[in-house]
Ligand binder design. Structure first.
Ligand code: ZN
Ligand code: ZN
Ligand code: ZN
Length: 378
Protein backbone atom coordinates (compact mmCIF):
# COMPACT_ATOMS: atom_id res chain seq x y z
CA UNK A 1 0.00 0.00 0.00
CA UNK A 2 1.35 3.38 -0.92
CA UNK A 3 1.74 5.73 2.00
CA UNK A 4 0.85 9.36 1.58
CA UNK A 5 1.97 12.07 3.93
CA UNK A 6 -0.91 13.73 5.67
CA UNK A 7 -1.48 17.43 5.28
CA UNK A 8 -1.00 19.52 8.37
CA UNK A 9 -4.20 20.57 10.13
CA UNK A 10 -3.37 24.18 9.29
CA UNK A 11 -3.97 23.37 5.63
CA UNK A 12 -7.72 23.92 5.95
CA UNK A 13 -10.84 22.00 6.77
CA UNK A 14 -10.53 19.53 3.93
CA UNK A 15 -7.87 17.34 5.51
CA UNK A 16 -8.07 14.05 7.35
CA UNK A 17 -8.43 14.40 11.08
CA UNK A 18 -5.54 13.79 13.40
CA UNK A 19 -5.31 10.19 14.51
CA UNK A 20 -5.63 9.50 18.23
CA UNK A 21 -2.45 8.92 20.26
CA UNK A 22 -0.67 5.59 20.24
CA UNK A 23 0.06 3.90 23.54
CA UNK A 24 3.68 4.07 24.70
CA UNK A 25 6.30 6.58 25.77
CA UNK A 26 6.06 8.75 22.65
CA UNK A 27 2.42 9.75 23.11
CA UNK A 28 3.18 12.89 25.02
CA UNK A 29 5.38 14.47 22.36
CA UNK A 30 2.50 16.03 20.50
CA UNK A 31 3.35 18.63 17.90
CA UNK A 32 1.34 19.99 15.03
CA UNK A 33 -0.98 17.02 15.16
CA UNK A 34 1.70 14.43 14.45
CA UNK A 35 3.10 12.09 17.03
CA UNK A 36 6.78 12.59 17.08
CA UNK A 37 9.83 11.00 18.62
CA UNK A 38 12.21 13.21 20.58
CA UNK A 39 14.26 13.85 17.45
CA UNK A 40 11.13 15.16 15.75
CA UNK A 41 10.50 12.42 13.18
CA UNK A 42 7.65 9.96 12.85
CA UNK A 43 9.05 6.44 12.77
CA UNK A 44 8.03 4.06 10.02
CA UNK A 45 6.42 1.73 12.55
CA UNK A 46 4.37 4.53 14.01
CA UNK A 47 3.13 5.82 10.67
CA UNK A 48 2.18 2.28 9.64
CA UNK A 49 0.31 1.82 12.89
CA UNK A 50 -1.57 5.08 12.41
CA UNK A 51 -2.44 4.16 8.87
CA UNK A 52 -3.62 0.70 9.88
CA UNK A 53 -5.80 2.12 12.59
CA UNK A 54 -7.54 4.49 10.21
CA UNK A 55 -7.92 1.75 7.63
CA UNK A 56 -9.37 -0.52 10.30
CA UNK A 57 -11.81 2.14 11.38
CA UNK A 58 -13.03 2.39 7.80
CA UNK A 59 -13.01 -1.34 7.07
CA UNK A 60 -14.62 -2.29 10.38
CA UNK A 61 -17.11 0.57 10.34
CA UNK A 62 -17.01 0.82 14.18
CA UNK A 63 -19.82 3.16 15.25
CA UNK A 64 -20.28 4.29 11.65
CA UNK A 65 -23.05 6.88 11.42
CA UNK A 66 -23.27 7.49 7.66
CA UNK A 67 -24.50 5.21 4.90
CA UNK A 68 -23.17 6.04 1.46
CA UNK A 69 -25.18 4.54 -1.35
CA UNK A 70 -23.51 4.00 -4.70
CA UNK A 71 -24.70 2.92 -8.15
CA UNK A 72 -26.32 -0.52 -8.43
CA UNK A 73 -27.35 -0.54 -4.78
CA UNK A 74 -23.86 -0.62 -3.24
CA UNK A 75 -23.48 0.57 0.36
CA UNK A 76 -20.44 1.93 2.20
CA UNK A 77 -20.43 2.72 5.94
CA UNK A 78 -18.51 5.74 7.15
CA UNK A 79 -18.18 8.32 9.91
CA UNK A 80 -19.67 11.77 9.47
CA UNK A 81 -16.85 13.38 11.44
CA UNK A 82 -14.19 11.95 9.11
CA UNK A 83 -16.08 12.76 5.89
CA UNK A 84 -16.91 16.26 7.09
CA UNK A 85 -13.33 16.97 8.04
CA UNK A 86 -11.89 15.59 4.79
CA UNK A 87 -14.26 17.21 2.30
CA UNK A 88 -16.20 20.47 2.58
CA UNK A 89 -18.63 19.21 -0.05
CA UNK A 90 -19.41 16.03 1.89
CA UNK A 91 -19.81 18.17 5.02
CA UNK A 92 -22.45 20.20 3.21
CA UNK A 93 -24.19 17.06 1.96
CA UNK A 94 -24.24 15.62 5.48
CA UNK A 95 -25.85 18.78 6.86
CA UNK A 96 -28.73 18.39 4.41
CA UNK A 97 -28.90 14.60 4.68
CA UNK A 98 -32.01 12.98 6.07
CA UNK A 99 -31.81 10.10 8.48
CA UNK A 100 -33.19 8.60 11.64
CA UNK A 101 -31.51 9.71 14.86
CA UNK A 102 -27.82 10.23 14.37
CA UNK A 103 -27.68 7.93 11.31
CA UNK A 104 -27.55 9.74 8.01
CA UNK A 105 -27.48 8.65 4.39
CA UNK A 106 -25.92 10.28 1.35
CA UNK A 107 -25.36 9.01 -2.16
CA UNK A 108 -22.40 9.25 -4.52
CA UNK A 109 -23.81 8.34 -7.92
CA UNK A 110 -22.29 8.14 -11.39
CA UNK A 111 -19.07 6.38 -10.33
CA UNK A 112 -18.46 2.66 -9.90
CA UNK A 113 -18.80 1.34 -6.35
CA UNK A 114 -15.13 0.31 -6.06
CA UNK A 115 -13.94 3.80 -6.92
CA UNK A 116 -16.18 5.33 -4.23
CA UNK A 117 -14.82 2.83 -1.70
CA UNK A 118 -11.20 3.70 -2.58
CA UNK A 119 -12.09 7.38 -2.42
CA UNK A 120 -13.69 7.17 1.03
CA UNK A 121 -10.84 5.02 2.34
CA UNK A 122 -8.39 7.71 1.21
CA UNK A 123 -10.33 10.24 3.31
CA UNK A 124 -9.55 8.08 6.36
CA UNK A 125 -5.92 7.08 5.91
CA UNK A 126 -4.59 9.07 2.91
CA UNK A 127 -3.64 5.68 1.46
CA UNK A 128 -4.39 3.77 -1.70
CA UNK A 129 -3.28 0.56 -3.31
CA UNK A 130 -1.23 1.15 -6.45
CA UNK A 131 -3.25 -1.47 -8.32
CA UNK A 132 -6.49 0.32 -7.41
CA UNK A 133 -5.01 3.67 -8.41
CA UNK A 134 -4.00 2.22 -11.77
CA UNK A 135 -7.49 0.98 -12.45
CA UNK A 136 -9.53 3.81 -10.91
CA UNK A 137 -7.41 6.91 -11.37
CA UNK A 138 -9.96 8.64 -13.62
CA UNK A 139 -13.02 8.30 -11.32
CA UNK A 140 -10.75 9.19 -8.38
CA UNK A 141 -9.65 12.34 -10.20
CA UNK A 142 -13.28 13.27 -10.83
CA UNK A 143 -14.32 12.65 -7.21
CA UNK A 144 -11.31 14.45 -5.73
CA UNK A 145 -12.28 17.46 -7.83
CA UNK A 146 -16.03 17.24 -7.22
CA UNK A 147 -15.70 16.74 -3.44
CA UNK A 148 -12.72 19.10 -3.12
CA UNK A 149 -9.99 16.80 -1.80
CA UNK A 150 -6.91 18.61 -3.21
CA UNK A 151 -4.35 16.12 -1.91
CA UNK A 152 -5.97 13.20 -3.76
CA UNK A 153 -6.43 15.31 -6.87
CA UNK A 154 -2.76 16.17 -6.82
CA UNK A 155 -1.87 12.47 -6.46
CA UNK A 156 -4.13 11.48 -9.36
CA UNK A 157 -2.62 14.15 -11.61
CA UNK A 158 0.89 13.10 -10.64
CA UNK A 159 0.12 9.41 -11.18
CA UNK A 160 -1.28 10.11 -14.64
CA UNK A 161 1.72 12.21 -15.51
CA UNK A 162 4.09 9.54 -14.20
CA UNK A 163 2.78 6.76 -16.41
CA UNK A 164 -0.95 6.13 -16.02
CA UNK A 165 -1.67 8.44 -18.96
CA UNK A 166 -1.58 6.19 -22.03
CA UNK A 167 -2.49 6.44 -25.69
CA UNK A 168 -5.59 4.43 -24.83
CA UNK A 169 -6.94 6.84 -22.17
CA UNK A 170 -5.40 10.09 -23.47
CA UNK A 171 -8.69 11.42 -24.90
CA UNK A 172 -10.58 10.65 -21.68
CA UNK A 173 -7.85 12.22 -19.57
CA UNK A 174 -7.87 15.31 -21.76
CA UNK A 175 -11.63 15.74 -21.44
CA UNK A 176 -11.63 15.08 -17.70
CA UNK A 177 -8.75 17.45 -17.07
CA UNK A 178 -10.76 20.19 -18.77
CA UNK A 179 -13.79 19.35 -16.63
CA UNK A 180 -11.74 19.04 -13.44
CA UNK A 181 -9.74 22.19 -13.92
CA UNK A 182 -6.37 20.45 -14.22
CA UNK A 183 -4.57 22.67 -16.78
CA UNK A 184 -1.19 20.96 -16.61
CA UNK A 185 -2.71 17.55 -17.22
CA UNK A 186 -4.84 18.99 -20.03
CA UNK A 187 -1.71 20.30 -21.69
CA UNK A 188 0.21 17.05 -21.29
CA UNK A 189 -2.63 14.87 -22.58
CA UNK A 190 -3.30 17.29 -25.43
CA UNK A 191 0.34 17.12 -26.43
CA UNK A 192 0.23 13.33 -26.29
CA UNK A 193 -2.83 13.30 -28.56
CA UNK A 194 -1.18 15.60 -31.11
CA UNK A 195 2.09 13.66 -31.14
CA UNK A 196 0.40 10.29 -31.51
CA UNK A 197 -2.63 11.29 -33.47
CA UNK A 198 -2.81 8.19 -35.64
CA UNK A 199 -2.81 5.79 -32.69
CA UNK A 200 -5.06 7.95 -30.50
CA UNK A 201 -7.66 8.52 -33.21
CA UNK A 202 -8.11 4.76 -33.45
CA UNK A 203 -9.07 4.41 -29.76
CA UNK A 204 -12.56 3.99 -28.34
CA UNK A 205 -12.08 7.20 -26.39
CA UNK A 206 -11.64 9.19 -29.57
CA UNK A 207 -14.75 7.70 -31.17
CA UNK A 208 -16.77 8.38 -28.04
CA UNK A 209 -15.57 11.99 -27.95
CA UNK A 210 -16.44 12.43 -31.63
CA UNK A 211 -20.03 11.57 -30.79
CA UNK A 212 -20.35 13.32 -27.43
CA UNK A 213 -18.18 16.41 -27.97
CA UNK A 214 -17.82 17.07 -31.71
CA UNK A 215 -16.63 20.61 -30.99
CA UNK A 216 -13.74 19.34 -28.91
CA UNK A 217 -12.76 16.97 -31.71
CA UNK A 218 -12.82 19.90 -34.13
CA UNK A 219 -10.64 21.95 -31.79
CA UNK A 220 -8.06 19.18 -31.47
CA UNK A 221 -7.93 18.73 -35.24
CA UNK A 222 -7.50 22.46 -35.73
CA UNK A 223 -4.73 22.69 -33.17
CA UNK A 224 -3.00 19.81 -34.91
CA UNK A 225 -3.06 21.61 -38.26
CA UNK A 226 -1.82 24.73 -36.49
CA UNK A 227 1.13 22.88 -34.90
CA UNK A 228 1.98 21.26 -38.23
CA UNK A 229 2.03 24.65 -39.90
CA UNK A 230 4.24 26.09 -37.18
CA UNK A 231 6.64 23.19 -37.73
CA UNK A 232 6.68 23.79 -41.49
CA UNK A 233 7.17 27.51 -40.97
CA UNK A 234 10.16 26.86 -38.70
CA UNK A 235 11.77 24.58 -41.28
CA UNK A 236 11.16 27.16 -44.00
CA UNK A 237 12.68 29.91 -41.88
CA UNK A 238 15.75 27.90 -41.02
CA UNK A 239 16.27 26.97 -44.69
CA UNK A 240 15.97 30.63 -45.58
CA UNK A 241 18.52 31.56 -42.93
CA UNK A 242 20.91 28.98 -44.39
CA UNK A 243 20.61 30.56 -47.83
CA UNK A 244 21.29 34.07 -46.46
CA UNK A 245 24.28 32.75 -44.57
CA UNK A 246 25.64 31.11 -47.74
CA UNK A 247 25.20 34.35 -49.65
CA UNK A 248 26.92 36.28 -46.88
CA UNK A 249 29.85 33.90 -46.93
CA UNK A 250 30.02 34.07 -50.72
CA UNK A 251 30.21 37.88 -50.48
CA UNK A 252 33.02 37.68 -47.94
CA UNK A 253 34.94 35.18 -50.04
CA UNK A 254 34.52 37.26 -53.21
CA UNK A 255 36.07 40.33 -51.57
CA UNK A 256 38.80 38.19 -50.06
CA UNK A 257 39.75 36.61 -53.40
CA UNK A 258 39.74 39.92 -55.28
CA UNK A 259 41.65 41.73 -52.54
CA UNK A 260 44.20 39.14 -51.29
CA UNK A 261 44.08 36.41 -53.88
CA UNK A 262 43.67 32.83 -52.79
CA UNK A 263 44.61 29.34 -54.01
CA UNK A 264 44.93 29.77 -57.80
CA UNK A 265 43.66 33.32 -58.21
CA UNK A 266 45.76 36.38 -57.54
CA UNK A 267 44.54 39.94 -57.05
CA UNK A 268 44.72 41.98 -60.28
CA UNK A 269 47.16 44.58 -58.89
CA UNK A 270 49.53 42.34 -56.86
CA UNK A 271 51.86 39.44 -57.45
CA UNK A 272 50.29 36.09 -56.74
CA UNK A 273 51.96 34.32 -53.83
CA UNK A 274 51.81 30.52 -54.03
CA UNK A 275 52.81 29.88 -50.41
CA UNK A 276 49.80 31.45 -48.71
CA UNK A 277 48.45 30.53 -45.30
CA UNK A 278 45.51 28.09 -45.31
CA UNK A 279 42.32 29.97 -46.19
CA UNK A 280 39.68 30.51 -43.49
CA UNK A 281 36.83 31.71 -45.69
CA UNK A 282 34.07 29.09 -45.78
CA UNK A 283 32.91 29.82 -49.32
CA UNK A 284 36.34 30.54 -50.83
CA UNK A 285 36.75 27.29 -52.75
CA UNK A 286 33.32 27.51 -54.35
CA UNK A 287 33.80 31.16 -55.34
CA UNK A 288 37.27 30.42 -56.67
CA UNK A 289 35.85 27.74 -59.00
CA UNK A 290 33.07 30.07 -60.06
CA UNK A 291 35.47 32.92 -60.82
CA UNK A 292 37.74 30.60 -62.83
CA UNK A 293 34.77 29.32 -64.78
CA UNK A 294 33.52 32.87 -65.38
CA UNK A 295 36.92 33.88 -66.73
CA UNK A 296 36.97 31.06 -69.26
CA UNK A 297 33.33 30.46 -70.20
CA UNK A 298 32.33 31.11 -73.83
CA UNK A 299 28.71 31.81 -72.88
CA UNK A 300 29.59 34.65 -70.55
CA UNK A 301 26.36 36.58 -70.95
CA UNK A 302 23.51 37.18 -68.49
CA UNK A 303 21.00 34.43 -69.03
CA UNK A 304 23.66 32.16 -70.54
CA UNK A 305 25.30 29.33 -68.61
CA UNK A 306 23.89 28.81 -65.12
CA UNK A 307 27.33 29.24 -63.49
CA UNK A 308 27.88 32.54 -65.24
CA UNK A 309 24.37 33.65 -64.42
CA UNK A 310 25.14 32.93 -60.79
CA UNK A 311 28.36 34.91 -61.04
CA UNK A 312 26.53 37.92 -62.51
CA UNK A 313 24.07 37.77 -59.64
CA UNK A 314 26.85 37.57 -57.05
CA UNK A 315 28.63 40.53 -58.67
CA UNK A 316 25.46 42.58 -58.63
CA UNK A 317 24.76 41.61 -55.02
CA UNK A 318 28.29 42.59 -54.15
CA UNK A 319 27.83 46.03 -55.68
CA UNK A 320 24.72 46.54 -53.58
CA UNK A 321 26.57 45.55 -50.42
CA UNK A 322 29.83 47.30 -51.25
CA UNK A 323 30.61 50.18 -48.91
CA UNK A 324 33.16 51.97 -51.12
CA UNK A 325 33.35 51.11 -54.87
CA UNK A 326 36.25 53.52 -55.38
CA UNK A 327 38.52 51.31 -53.26
CA UNK A 328 36.90 48.03 -54.25
CA UNK A 329 38.78 45.42 -56.34
CA UNK A 330 35.79 43.28 -57.21
CA UNK A 331 35.27 43.36 -61.00
CA UNK A 332 32.39 45.44 -62.38
CA UNK A 333 31.56 46.88 -58.93
CA UNK A 334 31.41 50.45 -60.24
CA UNK A 335 29.53 49.43 -63.38
CA UNK A 336 26.85 47.77 -61.34
CA UNK A 337 26.60 50.78 -59.01
CA UNK A 338 25.84 52.90 -62.10
CA UNK A 339 23.29 50.37 -63.35
CA UNK A 340 21.59 50.26 -59.94
CA UNK A 341 20.92 54.01 -60.09
CA UNK A 342 18.75 53.45 -63.17
CA UNK A 343 16.75 50.49 -61.92
CA UNK A 344 12.99 50.45 -61.38
CA UNK A 345 11.32 50.86 -57.98
CA UNK A 346 10.13 47.26 -57.86
CA UNK A 347 13.62 45.87 -58.42
CA UNK A 348 15.03 48.21 -55.84
CA UNK A 349 12.67 47.02 -53.09
CA UNK A 350 13.39 43.38 -53.92
CA UNK A 351 17.15 43.84 -53.73
CA UNK A 352 17.01 45.97 -50.59
CA UNK A 353 15.08 43.21 -48.79
CA UNK A 354 17.70 40.67 -49.80
CA UNK A 355 20.59 42.91 -48.75
CA UNK A 356 18.96 43.55 -45.37
CA UNK A 357 18.42 39.88 -44.72
CA UNK A 358 21.99 39.00 -45.66
CA UNK A 359 23.44 41.76 -43.49
CA UNK A 360 21.29 40.78 -40.53
CA UNK A 361 22.92 37.33 -40.52
CA UNK A 362 26.17 38.79 -39.22
CA UNK A 363 25.63 42.30 -38.06
CA UNK A 364 29.20 43.15 -37.30
CA UNK A 365 31.45 40.83 -39.29
CA UNK A 366 31.16 42.49 -42.72
CA UNK A 367 32.37 46.00 -42.02
CA UNK A 368 34.19 47.94 -43.36
CA UNK A 369 33.66 46.25 -46.73
CA UNK A 370 29.87 46.06 -46.61
CA UNK A 371 27.40 48.85 -46.15
CA UNK A 372 25.86 48.97 -42.70
CA UNK A 373 22.40 47.60 -42.12
CA UNK A 374 21.21 50.96 -40.75
CA UNK A 375 22.15 52.77 -43.96
CA UNK A 376 19.56 50.88 -46.00
CA UNK A 377 16.33 52.83 -46.19
CA UNK A 378 13.22 50.75 -46.43
ZN1 ZN B 1 40.53 32.01 -49.72
ZN1 ZN C 1 29.60 30.06 -67.91
ZN1 ZN D 1 32.78 46.62 -54.52
Amino acid sequence: MAVVTKQSPEGGNDVSPTPPPLPGPTTNCRRKGLFVMNNGSVTKGESTAMRNMWDNLFDGGFRADVTITTDNGGIIYAHAAVLGMASPVLRGLLKQAKGSGRKRSISIPGVQHDAVRVFIRFLYSSCYEQEEMKELVLPLLVMSHAYVVPRLKQICEQQLEDGLLTLENAVDVFQLSLLCDAPRLALISHRMILRNFKAVSATEGWNAMKKSHPLLEKEILESMIYEENIGKEKIRESNEQKIYLQLYEAMEALIHICRDGCRTIGPCDKDFKEDQKPCTYAACKGIELLVRHFAGCKLRVPGGCIHCKRMWQLLELHARLCADPSLCRVPLCLNFKEKIKKQGKKDEIKWKMLVKKILSIKRIGGEPFFVSLNSISS
